[in-house]
Design a protein around this ligand. Structure first.
Ligand code: NAD
Ligand code: ZN
Length: 353
């Protein structure tokens, strides 16, 4: 499989214009959400002559707008703007915009080209890369979608200057996951990074490593038949924390839930797959410092367990975990007992002590 082109830019306008010159679309559209239209679009249009002349399309911000209605709005704007098969859509935003915009492009006239310009850390290292697109439907996340890769992903960490700290931390949790999957120096570098006072040029280097890890895993298994499940590390427990928080009407950002999920799954990795406890404790300390603890008590354990059983990635009642035997050494489809899962919740709540 061809590796998706990733451009780490120091000069957004020149790089975007060069990309558009090479692709030679007949018409250009820029999709934003209402927040990235305010916070990010001015930077793009002040630097790129092509973007300045593009047709703007904007949808409501956050995941509640990752809907059929927003998608229909994008299709309508493409029609009204006389988009053809040779037109190009630039998706300027977080994962919501890159997922929905990617799907809009993949389906319009059976597929037009799109370029992602991610503006959140989570989109840079995860959502904008790897070819998954889609929308939420019938109360289910990412229920409708397809695999379709962007022509290119343009990464400009300067975009992150306006991003709030919780969203920055949320994206960093996915980077921590990639660092655990990669191991070696990358893991150590990620634990050393000062997330409370982020240095954007250093972050750009870590983002590059993180994207490389995701691309390596996706290239080996583009349609999620096996190895791509490695990317699920932290997500089996993480999704349960996310869903429970939603049910209890105190939603948490995805990355926070993933960070807590990583703690549980490192505990299970140590118990089941021989993951070294020293590295487990070092990672857990980092999570506790930057992500705190989830608001759960032992009364929530049964519900969390049931949510894990119903995760769409499982077949039957068995919960499939992605665990680690060492840093960088993945064990797929691992099964652990119910009691051990409950013990991992205790471990998390006790701050990994
Ligand atoms: N396709 C994939 O492989 C994949 C992987 C992970 C997540 N996702 C999807 O990504 C989405 C989550 O992405 P997200 O965390 O980027 O959320 P998001 O796109 O909703 O962005 C979060 C918030 O930050 C705002 N924002 C974006 N960039 C900003 C900036 N530079 N400055 C200030 N505010 C900014 C947005 O308007 C929004 O309000 C979910 O829909 C999830 O399903 C997809
Ligand atoms: Zn995730």
């Amino acid at each position: 499989m061809r590796m998706q082109q990733i451009c780490f830019t120091q000069n957004l306008g020149a790089d975007v214009d060069a990309l558009i010159d090479a692709l030679q679309p007949d018409r250009l559209f820029v999709l934003t959400d209402h927040t990235t239209r305010e916070r990010c679009l001015p930077r793009l249009v002040s630097q790129s002559r092509h973007a300045a002349a593009a047709v703007n399309i904007s949808i409501g911000a956050t995941d509640t707008h990752k809907t059929l209605e927003s998608l229909s709005h994008v299709w309508t704007c493409l029609c009204e703007g006389k988009a053809t098969r040779h037109s190009l859509l630039l998706n300027l935003g977080g994962g919501m915009v890159t997922d929905l915009g990617g799907f809009a492009a993949a389906t319009f006239k059976r597929g037009i080209a799109f370029v992602n310009i991610p503006t959140t850390l989570l989109a840079m290292v995860d959502a904008a890369v790897g070819g998954k697109t889609g929308i939420n439907f019938h109360g289910l996340k990412n229920e409708i979608g397809c695999f379709r890769e962007a022509e290119a992903v343009v990464v400009d960490t300067e975009m992150l200057r306006s991003l709030d700290m919780p969203n920055l931390r949320s994206g960093y949790a996915e980077m921590l996951k990639h660092a655990l999957l990669e191991g070696g120096e990358m893991w150590a570098d990620h634990l050393r990074f000062d997330l409370a006072r982020p240095d954007l040029s250093r972050l750009q280097q870590l983002v590059a490593q993180s994207i490389h890890t995701k691309q390596r895993i996706v290239a080996a298994d583009p349609h999620e038949k096996g190895l791509r499940k490695a990317l699920n590390l932290g997500h089996t427990a993480g999704h349960a924390f996310e869903s429970l928080a939603m049910e209890q009407q105190r939603p948490v950002l995805h990355g926070y839930a993933v960070a807590w999920g990583l703690v549980c799954e490192l505990y299970l990795s140590a118990l089941h797959a021989g993951f070294p406890t020293q590295e487990m404790h070092q990672t857990v300390r980092f999570v506790r410092e930057h992500f705190g603890l989830p608001a759960i008590s032992c009364r929530d354990y049964e519900r969390l367990y049931a949510l894990m059983q119903h995760d769409k990635k499982n077949v039957g009642e068995n919960i499939n975990f992605t665990l680690l035997a060492h840093l960088g050494e993945v064990r797929l489809d691992q099964h652990v007992s119910r009691q051990e899962v409950f013990d991992s919740f205790d471990f998390l709540r006790e701050g990994g002590a």
